[in-house]
Design a protein around this ligand. Structure first.
Ligand code: SF4
Length: 70
């Protein structure tokens, strides 16, 4: 199944991902985006999904390329 990975350290909190893909992304009080329902690893947030839906759009729109859909 596909996996969405969000590199937290690189995120600049611009909100573009949440704008195009609120199914998976929201802005947190810490000024960074968060992947809803994800597991936190040492540096990243990861979520395995059946359908990547708008996550590909979020990956494409992130200005610092810190979202990856694999
Ligand atoms: S688009 Fe990228 S840099 Fe902007 S809030 Fe989302 S993950 Fe962070």
């Amino acid at each position: 199944m596909p996996k969405i990975i969000h590199e937290l350290e690189k995120c600049i909190g611009c909100g573009a991902c949440a704008a195009v893909c609120s199914d998976f992304f929201e802005l947190g009080n810490d000024g960074k985006a968060h992947l809803k329902g994800s597991k936190k690893t040492s540096k990243n947030e990861e979520l395995t999904v059946k359908d990547v839906k708008c996550a590909k759009d979020a990956e494409g729109t992130c200005p610092v390329q810190c979202i990856h859909v694999k």
